[in-house]
Design a protein around this ligand. Sequence first.
Ligand code: AMP
Length: 130
Amino acid sequence: MTIFSRIINGEIPCYKIAEDDRFFAFLDINPVNWGHTLVVPKHEEDYIFDLDDDELAAMTLFAKRVAKAIKEAIPCKKVGVTVLGLEVPHAHIHLVPLKCEGDMDFHKKISDPDPEKMKQIAAAVSSKFE
Ligand code: AMP
């Protein structure tokens, strides 16, 4: 079982943003910028482009709803989208609020982010999710 499945199952804590019957969104534990969120399918699949068409399309639409919530909760110009998947073998989309290109620099992660700030950001984004 992947670490993200264990988060979805509630075995490992996370800063949850939203979920529906098929997808789950939570804050990245080492964000590249405040509000950096991961969107994952509940169904375990390593490579995002191995998801079937219906699941990939639905995941994109779920990510769109999460991105809208991020944009409303966190001052930014746009919400950037990245797929890496080199570390955790469970398909996921990174959503990152951007004011400039450098806000999406994966070499500059915030290590050991303040838990209270993460909690506040998760609550703010979550409250805007529709
Ligand atoms: P990648 O697979 O290369 O897209 O990177 C995986 C991402 O998952 C990284 O940005 C990690 O910081 C993030 N990550 C790993 N473990 C956790 C966790 N327990 N909770 C939240 N984010 C995590």
